[in-house]
Write a protein that binds this ligand. Sequence first.
Ligand SMILES: [Zn+2]
Length: 192
Amino acid sequence: MPTPYPLVAGVAVLVGLGVLFLFARRLLGAWLKYRGTRIVVCPESREMVAVEVDAGHAAFSAPQGRPQLRLEACTRWPERKGCGQECLGQIESAPEACLLRNILADWYAGKSCAVCGRTFGVIQWHDHKPALLGRDGVTVEWDGFKAEQVVDVLASHEPVCWDCHIAETFRHEHPELVTERPRRLGPPPSMV
Ligand SMILES: [Zn+2]
């Protein structure tokens, strides 16, 4: 009669791999969920602040149950580093809504470029990311602002697509090389 040991060992390996897979999935899921810059209202100052959750800590605590959240960075640090981190409640209740990238994507969604009138589609943040048109008529990129300024920036700027931002920047920096044509505002004319 054949020994059952290989079978038992095979089942044990499969169970082990299954547990490992579930562990890794929870760990990776929590890491992906909690990484990135978030905008919250500081319960202490009642002002917008940009914070980052310690995604690694959240990930490694996730397999034991609920991920434990703690801040890794805040724009009020290092002065207020000893704060109670009460803003974590906002992140826990709506982790996606306060993610800076989502706030910006929601703002651009359905809007049209203030220069060419094209409607924004899915935002490519790694390539050809959209920019902003200030009241002074100059286009700027998001890199020029601090994350906690996002609400003020959105209220004082209009959305501009990447192509128009590049063209406007060139026009602004090299006016002597640009032949002026009337700027087309609003949606492009119909083709019919
Ligand atoms: Zn445009």
